[in-house]
Structure formats: C-alpha cells, structure tokens
Design a protein around this ligand. Structure first.
Ligand code: SF4
Ligand code: SF4
Ligand code: SF4
Length: 271
C-alpha cells in the first residue's frame, strides 16, 4: 500500500476510506476560502510554474533532483496529490455519491486550448466555491450513473483514471486523462515533480491467451508495453507499469489482468 494508505487508509486503501470524502475531513485540512484561493491560482501554476520547473529540470538536472524535486513534491503531497485508479475502483468510488459535478478540464484548456469536461467533482457539495472560480464555474451536475457511463466510455477511449485531493487526504475529484494531462507531462514525461502515486496494481499479460495482435501497445503511454518478437506476444515491464488498466479495454482475448502491486517483490514499494 502507498504512503497515503498507511497514513489515511485506516487499514485499507486510502481512497476506499469513506472518511476521506467527508466535510469533516475537508474542514480539518482546508476551508472554502483556501480552496477558492487554490482554484484561482491553479491555472497559473499549470500555465507558468510547471513549464518553468520543466525547463529548470532540463537545464540543471542534478541540482533540480536534489533541491527542487523534494520541495515541490512535498507541497503537492499536502495540497493536491493524486493516485491512478483503475476503472473498477472508480466505479466503486462513484457508488458512494448521490450527485457528481462534471468540471472543465483545466489541463486540456492549458495544453490544447480545448474546452472539455473530463474531470468529475465528488465528495461534499462545493459548487458554491466553484461558481466563484473563473476557470471552474462552467460545471454541470450529473448523476453517479451518468458519471459511471462517462468514465466507462473514457476508459474505452484510453483515458487513465485518477483521484485527487484538495488538501490531503480530502478527495474531491476523479480525473480521466490522456497525454494532454499536465500531471502526466510533469511527472512521467519531464520528471519535474511527483504529483501522483502509481495505482495499487500492476498489469500482467497471460501468455496462454495473448495472440500477439499488438492492439494494447498503442494504448500505453507509460512505455510499459513492448512486443517480444521471439515469443510473438506482448510483454509488460512491471517497473514502468502504473497499473492504470486501460490496455485491457482493447485486448480481444482478455489476456491482460491487474495484480496487487504488493504481490510482486520488484515493484511492491515502487510508487
Ligand atoms: S488531471 Fe486529467 S482530467 Fe484532471 S484537469 Fe488534468 S487532464 Fe483534465
Ligand atoms: S501496461 Fe500498465 S501502464 Fe501501460 S496501459 Fe497497461 S496497465 Fe497502464
Ligand atoms: S491486445 Fe491482448 S492479445 Fe493483443 S498483443 Fe495485447 S495482450 Fe496480446
């Protein structure tokens, strides 16, 4: 289990602990005023601070690694941190709520200029705060059933799901991301700051089922899937696999399954 499960999981996965979605926890770690300030500053962080950090990381990699990385990571861990979560766990999270808020995707607005709504606000009703944040006020309310249908559709399209805190451990959003996600760009592509944990899982290919069609290879944007020419089959590098599970949706033979990360010694502590 990741560091957050140990601290906030009460014996289980931290995102399965109902407490972490409650108003009580939100008020322990944040407030409407703090959230309002965070939401107003966040677009600037994505547009300016993170690209600047990426440029510094490329220019001074060693200094950056030892000084800036730990400081920036510490900030995100307490303010706004995520974890990759596969579809079936997202579905169980959504079952807890009676209403979900579909939010504008701020990353895609920054990286592509497009207006898309792939983020889902969950937890306590904070729409009165969203209304006052210019980049987030264009939200709409949907039912958990509609939210589940949307997430399933995005899973088929190859979007990776994740949960996000707004003051850790309060969980307030589920994101559905592709390569236009700033979290993916800054952490996995540029290694400029850690903003999310890998999933509690890691994917494995069943060699008895894989027919070597290669459909899954195009799905993975974490460089975890490769093709073994000798065996004529797909293989997954556990150290690269974040356990998102979205490669499963395109496999015609149901040959990819998720396993508990803790059960694989080489990645059990690799978050
Ligand atoms: S994390 Fe993903 S869904 Fe959320 S704002 Fe960024 S790209 Fe959009
Ligand atoms: S191989 Fe791992 S990281 Fe790549 S898509 Fe599959 S589950 Fe995700
Ligand atoms: S999609 Fe399935 S059958 Fe095709 S290469 Fe990948 S694991 Fe094998």
């Amino acid at each position: 289990m990741c560091e957050f499960c140990t601290k906030h999981g009460e014996g289980g996965k931290w995102y399965e602990n109902a407490r972490n979605y409650t108003e009580e926890v939100f008020r322990q770690v944040s407030s409407e005023e703090k959230l309002k300030a965070f939401l107003q500053e966040f677009p600037g962080v994505l547009r300016e601070s993170l690209p600047r950090a990426m440029a510094w990381r490329r220019r001074y990699p060693k200094i950056y690694r030892f000084l800036a990385w730990p400081l920036a990571t510490r900030y995100f861990k307490s303010a706004h941190f995520g974890q990759i979560v596969p579809l079936e766990d997202v579905e169980r999270i959504l079952e807890r709520f009676t209403m979900v808020v579909r939010l504008p995707c701020i990353c895609r607005r920054v990286t592509t200029g497009k207006e898309l709504r792939y983020c889902l606000g969950i937890g306590m009703d904070l729409t009165h705060v969203l209304r006052e944040a210019p980049d987030f006020r264009d939200f709409d309310r949907i039912s958990p059933v509609e939210a589940t249908t949307l997430v399933r559709h995005l899973d088929q399209a190859g979007c990776v799901h994740s949960i996000w805190t707004f003051g850790t451990p309060y969980i307030g959003a589920i994101c559905n991301c592709d390569r236009d996600c700033m979290a993916w760009r800054t952490q996995f592509k540029e290694q400029a700051v850690k903003v999310m944990w890998k999933a509690e899982y890691v994917a494995m290919v069943d060699p008895e089922r894989c027919i070597g069609c290669r459909a899954c290879l195009r799905r993975c944007f974490y460089d975890a899937l490769a093709f073994d020419r000798e065996a004529g089959q797909a293989v997954i590098a556990p150290q690269q696999c974040v356990g998102c599970g979205v490669c499963r949706a395109v496999c015609p033979k149901d040959a990819i399954a998720l396993r508990d990360r803790r059960g694989l010694a080489e990645v059990a502590e690799d978050w």
